[in-house]
Design a protein around this ligand. Sequence first.
Ligand code: HMG
Ligand code: MG
Length: 308
Amino acid sequence: MHPEVHLYEVGARDGLQNEADVVTTAAKLELLDRMAAAGLRQIEVTSFVSPKWIPQLADADDLVARLVRRPGVRYSALVPNLAGWERFAGSGLDVAAFFVSASESHNRKNVNRSVADHLEGFKPVAAAALEAEVPLRCYVSTVCGCPYEGDVPVEQVLALVRSLLELGAAEISLGDTIGIGTPRQVRALVEAVAAEVPLERIGLHLHDTYGRALANVEAGYEAGVRHFDSALGGLGGCPYAPGASGNVATEDVVDLFERSGVDTGVDLDALVDATSWVEKSLLGRPLPGRVYRARLGERERAQREEAH
Ligand code: HMG
Ligand code: MG
């Protein structure tokens, strides 16, 4: 059976790019395998960005060379420019993900150039990807607000969406990078973007800084979106968006939908196992995911009762 909503797991990329400690390649490989084993079918593995800018993902080439791929899983990685594409091209990954911000200041902080120059640099990447028949996922960041500029006009988002579609974007992921959006705002944004690109090609990438990510997922679903980005345990954040916190937690999204009778194809228990492993063996700090924490509590209570 095909799931009714499609989750795109970003914990290994958006999550680990934002950790103070660098996780070993072997541990990343185990994490990626645990994600696939839990039923996640779209997994962002890493980024082919500059290792000087994101040292946490400097092992991208080695990681991807050693990745044992599970059948039925679409693996992707971030590609910011032609140098990134050259690294991606030999990787055997399924989807290349480009990113650009709807606000000029965040784009400059993130990729060291203007939106126009960044799009110019994307043109040869897009041409090469189309030639190689690699689908392009394109993130538009800061769609609900910018850490440097504040409000971002919807028209700015739409203009960027149009440019990306012209260049061959297969999917558009709308990024609330700083998690400031409200359900009403997300609904209006989705309606506006859906006038440019069919809903089945729109994803939502919602950070949880202000605690509204899950409400925004629900608003997006009601507006017709069926693709959601999320991260195990609520990992994540953009190093070039100060104050931004993690993505909506995968467990929260799975539980929200499954309890509403909407199939996600993901095994919540296996996710909780994976996140518990990340917490204990990888990062050594508690992760914020609400459903994850609730499920852990249930497990601990059950164990205590069994021991009595
Ligand atoms: P730059 O320093 O302007 O690059 O960085 P450059 O083109 O001037 O080149 C400088 C040096 O970097 C050269 O090497 C290049 O070869 C090298 P040198 O000659 O000095 O030895 N270089 C590269 N090396 C490896 N891979 C590459 C690459 N490109 C150049 N791809 C650049 C420009 C875009 C590379 C840099 O700014 C960068 O890597 N930025 C990435 C920032 C990033 O990863 N941010 C987080 C991801 S986006 C995000 O989290 C938001 C998202 O989750 C959605 C949302 O939440 O909204 C997606
Ligand atoms: Mg993000």
